[in-house]
Ligand binder design. Sequence first.
Ligand SMILES: [Zn+2]
Length: 304
Amino acid sequence: MPGSHIRLGIDLGGTKTEIAALDPQGRELLRRRVATPAGDYRATIATVAALVRDAERGLGTTGTVGIGTPGSISRASGLLRGSNSVCLNGQAIRRDLEAALAREVRIANDANCFALSEAVDGAAQGAAVVFGVILGTGVGGGLVVHGRVIEGRNAIAGEWGHNPLPWPEAAERPGPRCYCGLTGCIETWLSGPAVERECREATGAALAAPAVVARAAAGDADCEAALVRYEERLARALAHVVNIVDPDAIVLGGGMSNVERLYANVPGLWGRWVFSDRVDTRLLRNVHGDSSGVRGAALLWDEG
Ligand SMILES: [Zn+2]
């Protein structure tokens, strides 16, 4: 249900911080992006507060503030944890932002914001159960049921990127070390940097993920093999989700979601691991692209 007020959404990432304002009909009124002051927590809080104040000055009104960021706020301590922007970890980010902005602030995991945005009026609009996946520098997931983010008892629902790659082959054990302290996490196989590592190990060439995709399309056998392995691993990782949650739709976001062949190839593979005679789950490319983070953060105030 659309709200009756201006909703400000902020996507607080490791390298950039973006703000957007949505009117009551969900139309975007304003958008601005600045560099995140990397490694400086106080400056990060000040940056977010300044973006909100500037936006409200420009709009001539105040709004609600929702923020999406990697990691999640511990229910036990109230402190952020699990962020790859490590200067935010262990900080009372909600309390500090609420003090800086003199109002209540809603904060959610960035993958949850992505899933919410795509479930409300994006690729999975109308689907009851939506699993949103970010395949970017990091890998994360978010679960939305009937238009609401499922946070979970420990506020980690959908945190699928740090589960191990399921049904591993011998050569995939124990898997690469992950920043989280474990090895073989899904993130270490399905992130953009993982594709680059696979290709580097096979060819010695340092190629960015889009170049790997372009070379595969041009007939490069090593790059093609790296993408075939990527698709098979993504199929396994998503089959795991289907077996537990069985969502109506899975929406992909992040840089790797731009790889068009995933949408044709992965659903052709995942049936091998899904415990069902057929798989009707839809695998969808996001509609809102890079806007999903700010839109989903703004929509946190539609949840009642
Ligand atoms: Zn991990």
